[in-house]
Design a protein around this ligand. Structure first.
Ligand code: ADP
Ligand code: MG
Ligand code: MG
Length: 336
């Protein structure tokens, strides 16, 4: 699928991004992603050539409510402050932070070959349910951890999850995240419309966890069927949940529960993590990454190859470009 950009939000990448102290420590390589709040590029550390991923956050694009005071008194984007504080095996970690006049330069660990679940899905992986459960439960573990700290991610979707060749996944992109409290309701949605719950699309205020469970439900549905469950806002609010293929009873029940239109009856994170489909046994050592998903040598074994400079022909059958069911990347937007 193509990757549509919401018009005014796209920022241009240039030399201004890398200038300053950051540039003394890192060499910036090719761009790997381009989204709402800036650019993401591969970069290696000059001292030891450690390959990393650098996200350049344009200060003027960070909304007023997304700034916090760091312990040293500086104003920093919440996205950055959260990722510096959080420590979890399923959340990306930050290695270094720099800033210049216009940008924050956030250097992150490079997890695997840098494949996100959008690209993973685009390659039509041959997943069975135990493997799907293994992948999805790790997102659940990250969200359980976040909610226990009263943090809402608010932009959970395939492209904000990265996967390595051991099927280990990590949550990224805390650009829409916020703190929640029991007695405060939100009235603005900052995530991605396709992943937004019906009650929030209908204009209701929200507490948070129930919205996050819906986004996770969409993510699980997309991982299962490679298509979005709903075609537009109206369909999300009104449309029935259809199942394009037969899945196990447990998975169907879980999807219906996570994508329940009524927020009060929707599956909670603790109910999700206790669900038999999530807790089913899986022997992950039995799955070989390049047998499940078509990929090139460096994606199958990134630790053996260096920064993509080696020519790497694809193994297996090439990914079809003319796919009838195009699923598009979509950017976060505000829904008032
Ligand atoms: P945006 O806020 O613009 O969406 P993200 O933080 O989601 O930016 O990064 C954009 C894309 O870059 C992601 O969808 C993913 O493909 C890639 N990416 C970001 N961080 C990493 C990382 N640490 N490792 C590998 N890929 C990453
Ligand atoms: Mg993103
Ligand atoms: Mg973002």
């Amino acid at each position: 699928g193509s990757r549509p950009q919401s018009m005014s939000l796209v920022s241009q990448c240039g030399d201004e991004q890398v200038s300053g102290e950051y540039n003394k420590h890192y060499v910036t390589l090719k761009q790997i992603g381009k989204g709402a709040y800036g650019c993401v590029k591969m970069a290696y550390r000059r001292s030891d050539r450690l390959l990393t991923v650098a996200k350049f956050i344009l200060k003027e694009k960070v909304g007023a409510q997304f700034w916090v005071d760091a312990p040293d008194g500086r104003r920093v984007p919440l996205e950055l402050s959260l990722l510096l504080t959080l420590k979890h095996p399923n959340i990306v970690s930050v290695i270094d932070v720099f800033e210049n006049e216009k940008y924050f330069q956030m250097v992150m660990e490079k997890h695997g070959a840098g494949m996100d679940l959008f690209e993973f899905i685009e390659r039509r992986p041959r997943l069975d349910e135990p493997l799907l459960s293994y992948i999805f439960r790790q997102i659940g573990q990250a969200v359980e951890y976040l909610h226990s700290l009263n943090i809402l991610h608010r932009d959970i979707k395939d492209e904000n999850v990265i996967i390595d060749n051991k099927f280990h996944v990590k949550l990224i992109d805390f650009g829409s995240a916020t703190f929640m409290s029991k007695d405060t309701l939100f009235s603005t949605f900052y995530g991605t419309t396709e992943y937004c719950s019906p009650e929030v699309l209908a204009g209701n205020k929200y507490a948070g966890p129930e919205l996050e469970m819906w986004s996770m439900g969409i993510t699980l549905y997309v991982l299962t069927f490679f298509v979005n469950p709903f075609s537009d806002i109206e369909d999300t609010i009104q449309g029935p949940l259809a199942f394009p293929q037969v899945v196990s009873e447990d998975l169907e029940q879980l999807l219906r529960w996570m994508l329940c239109k009524e927020p009060a009856s929707r599956c909670s994170i603790s109910q999700l993590m206790a669900h038999p489909w999530i807790r089913q046994p899986v022997v992950i050592a039995n799955y070989v990454f390049h047998e499940i998903v078509d990929c090139d040598r460096h994606e199958a074994n990134p630790e053996m190859y260096y920064s993509g400079s080696l020519g790497s022909p694809r193994s297996g059958s090439p990914v079809s470009l003319a796919d009838p069911m195009v699923k598009e990347r979509s950017n976060p937007s505000e829904v008032a």
